[in-house]
Design a protein. Structure first.
Length: 170
């Protein structure tokens, strides 16, 4: 009993403090931003400009891995039951109020709830009673294909230019 309470407390505290969680449903594992609210992780996505939620289906389960905020490594893993919140319902309104406050860089910040109602899914990932064991091997995998690109390396002369500006200011 005590071990179950400790693992639930670990899941809650670690997930609250972590800005990202790794989630795997029936599709590929994804890193998702989330909000911890009323005993569950809330995520929004599958709409234009929002994070994809592949393999997360209403009534299904998902494996959630929470990273350590200071080291970035795997801290705790837990199995979640996935439930999609009905747009406009009281739980949906409560979830969206929490998510909206944490949504960074929204183009239409004032109209986010209306857009989410029309175009997105809001999911509740509720943890089970215990955590899952860490695997013995690394779970590293190559990144998923994306159209995003990395900017070019900084020119070799850039550090000298920046240092010369500092010297001129003095």
């Amino acid at each position: 009993m005590t071990e179950t309470l400790l693992s639930q407390a670990l899941v809650e505290e670690a997930t609250k403090k972590s800005g990202l969680i790794w989630v795997r449903g029936t599709g590929p594992e994804r890193t998702l931003w989330h909000v911890w609210h009323e005993g569950a992780a809330l995520v929004v996505g599958d709409g234009p400009g929002e994070q994809p939620l592949p393999g997360l289906i209403d009534g299904g389960t998902a494996e959630v891995v929470v990273r350590s905020k200071d080291k970035g490594g795997r801290l705790v893993s837990w199995t979640a039951s996935v439930s999609e919140l009905e747009p406009g319902s009281e739980p949906w309104e409560s979830a969206v109020a929490e998510l909206k406050g944490k949504r960074l860089n929204a183009v239409d910040a004032e109209h986010v709830p209306e857009r989410w109602r029309r175009e997105c899914r809001v999911l509740r990932l509720t943890p089970g009673r215990s955590t899952t064991d860490h695997p013995e091997t690394a779970l590293s995998a190559p990144p998923l294909p994306t159209s995003a690109t990395t900017r070019q390396p900084a020119p070799a002369a850039l550090p000298r230019l920046l240092l010369s500006r500092k010297k001129k200011r003095r």
